[in-house]
Design a protein around this ligand. Structure first.
Ligand SMILES: Cc1cc2nc3c(=O)[nH]c(=O)nc-3n(C[C@H](O)[C@H](O)[C@H](O)COP(=O)(O)OP(=O)(O)OC[C@H]3O[C@@H](n4cnc5c(N)ncnc54)[C@H](O)[C@@H]3O)c2cc1C
Length: 587
């Protein structure tokens, strides 16, 4: 019997999800706030956010002799940076590059990251729309920032450089080093790594915990669970920035900053309305933001700065189809399913992550269907690619030959997943991995909690495909999955296995039929990840307004800053470094 619409909306999965995942506080106000008459705290510099940009900025300003308050919304420091793999592509002539005989220079970094001719097989350019001034500042400070990390306790794996993980590092030379986890407890598991691999395992824990120690040692006041809700300026869109408002467990505080406020809030892709300015398809169901639930990217830094006149910048970098702005999941059956992050039961945030997911080692073991039970692409297809050392080979700087030598391959898995079901709604809706008992055995999965999230509706099982389709009830499944669609999709796929040929989507040699009950449906919806567009900044990381004027006293770095298409840590660390220096000694 088909589900009634009312049952559908009130299903247990939907209710559980509402209770368990909709707890994000409202981000900062997008309206300018009247400056307060009383301040509960006063300091020289306020840094907002304790991630890859915020901690370096705070330490540098403090070591330069200023008083620094760092506010962090979450219960612990680190932001996405601590959840990261710690792959750090800072170059330009670092000691690590020199040790391994790699000749690099600021000029070469600049040339790589502004090369108009570098394009993806999809035709999308990686660096064409980078702001030249911002990249020049990065190029000039990149090696300095690397040495600064080493001087502040970060241990890098003592191996040759590579281009392993920090994608978009340019073409000319290897630049990537990896922070070693050492003995720090890992946020993913709650415990340190095996001592045998502590000096060789890459991890953001090994990047951020030493910086936390350095910050505390220097005397930075770190206020956890203090969420910035507004930035105050003398007048709504003119005058100096005066300080910030924070919310701490329901209490409002005003913190005055006599010299600078540094926005290091980490981006905007967790804010549905904000991210849809760049891509209207990115509706609510893309709820598995990489790095959550450790920390969000709720656009609060952008909104609070825009409320006092700040401009956004480099917006193409958020919509261009390259890199990891949107990714294919690596695990299935859980909400937070980014390929490089698994939350394990010992993690301090496991109560919010709720499940670790089933790690997919071979996409031949599942089919992927959309909300109405239809396949949409070759399941082995991947996410967008990005420029990397030797990804263009031969590489001829600033030459049309680069584009000419790229073999066109649109790689549209993500686009197909986001295409929707042909009605007038935006968003592709949930994507479900469908598989059977044989796939469970092949993958060696245990499809029950804590591996899968049944209570919140990210995993379902049944003895028939029709029953499975009927069971899929959860917040983001806005229409029921027609059982006949799922049955037809599986029957057709099974016929492709018999024929060793996928007539619909060209999956290379479909290998396994889906036939042995129980059958399972596991959440496999694409993941939002990087923010590459944000506040307009100048070469000193000062925020610039809609008239092209610096907003006195306001700085920004990292994923909340725009104009720079490069994934991750290097840009954030380097901009934190630049912002901290300039806030301490404005020139
Ligand atoms: C799983 C994963 C793996 C990654 N691996 C790599 C990698 O190997 N190499 C690489 O280069 N990049 C990697 N990245 C990306 C990299 O971690 C980020 O680009 C980088 O951390 C961004 O730095 P940030 O300072 O801008 O933001 P974050 O590091 O996220 O820090 C922002 C901080 O601001 C806080 N905050 C936000 N709003 C407020 C507010 N209103 N008030 C107070 N505090 C607030 C947040 O809670 C957070 O702690 C990875 C990301 C993830 C999620």
């Amino acid at each position: 019997m088909a589900l009634e619409r009312r049952d559908f909306l009130l299903g247990g999965g939907a209710a559980a999800l509402a209770a368990s995942t909709m707890t994000s506080p409202v981000p900062a106000s997008a309206q300018a706030q009247q400056p307060p008459t009383t301040w509960q705290r006063e300091t020289d510099v306020v840094v907002i956010g304790s991630g890859a940009a915020g901690l370096p900025a705070a330490i540098i300003a403090k070591e330069a002799g200023l008083s620094v308050v760092l506010v962090e919304a979450e219960q612990d420091i680190g932001g996405h940076a601590i959840t990261s793999y710690g792959n750090v592509p800072l170059g330009g002539g670092t000691s690590a590059q020199k040790k391994h005989g790699i000749a690099d220079s600021p000029d070469l970094v600049f040339q790589d990251l502004t090369d108009w001719s570098v394009v993806q097989p999809s035709g999308f350019p990686d660096y064409r729309y980078n702001d030249r001034e911002i990249i020049r500042a990065f190029a000039d400070n990149s090696a300095l920032a690397f040495e600064w990390l080493v001087a502040h306790g970060v241990v890098f794996v003592d191996e040759a450089l590579d281009a392993f993980g920090g994608i978009s590092v340019g073409n000319s030379v290897l630049r990537e080093m990896h922070a070693a986890v050492m003995n720090w407890p890992m946020v993913q598991t709650g415990k340190p790594a095996d001592p045998a691999i502590q000096a060789t395992l890459f991890s953001g824990n090994g990047l951020m915990r030493p910086l936390e120690v350095a910050a505390r040692k220097a005397g930075v006041q770190i206020l956890l669970q203090h969420r910035m809700t507004a930035i105050y300026r003398e007048a709504p869109t003119s005058g100096r920035v005066l300080g910030i408002a924070v919310d701490t467990k329901g209490t409002k505080l005003n913190i005055r900053a006599t010299k600078a406020v540094i926005v290091a809030t980490g981006g905007s892709t967790g804010n549905v309305n904000f991210r849809r300015m760049f891509d209207p398809r990115l509706t609510e169901e893309y709820c598995g933001l990489a790095g959550m639930p450790w920390s969000d990217q709720d656009a609060s830094g952008e909104l609070a700065s825009m409320a006092i006149g700040a401009s956004l910048w480099g917006l193409y970098n958020q919509t261009g189809e390259f890199g990891s702005n949107l990714t294919k999941p690596g695990t299935i059956g859980c909400q937070y399913n980014y390929v490089n992050l698994r939350w394990m039961p010992g993690s301090p945030v496991f109560d919010r992550a709720r499940a670790s997911g089933l790690l997919v080692t071979n996409w031949q073991d599942v089919i992927l269907v959309n909300m109405i039970g239809k396949r949409f692409y070759d399941e082995t297809g991947g996410q967008f690619t990005a420029n990397n050392y030797k990804s263009l080979d031969p590489y001829v700087p600033a030459s049309y030959l680069n584009a000419k030598n790229v073999k066109y391959n649109p790689n549209n898995f993500i686009n197909a997943a986001l295409a929707g079901i042909g009605d007038a709604h935006n968003g592709g809706g949930p994507i479900w991995a469908i598989f059977d008992a044989d796939a469970v055995a092949r993958e060696d999965w245990t499809p029950k909690p804590p591996n899968v999230d049944i209570d919140a509706g990210f995993f379902f099982s049944a003895d028939t495909l029709a029953d499975l389709a009927k069971k899929i009830v959860m917040k983001y499944q806005r229409v029921p999955m027609p059982p006949e669609n799922l049955e037809a999709a599986v029957a057709r796929y099974n016929s492709f296995v018999d024929a060793s040929k996928d007539e619909d989507f060209g999956k290379p040699k479909p290998l396994h039929k889906i036939a042995k009950p129980p059958f399972h449906a596991a959440w496999a919806t694409p993941v939002v990840h990087d923010t590459r567009a944000g506040l307009r900044i100048d070469t000193n990381c000062r925020v610039v307004d809609m008239n092209g004027q610096v907003i006195p006293g306001l700085y920004c770095g990292g994923e909340s800053a725009g104009g720079f298409s490069e994934h991750g840590l290097a840009r954030a660390i380097c901009q934190g470094y630049i912002a901290g220096k300039h806030a301490a000694r404005p020139t």
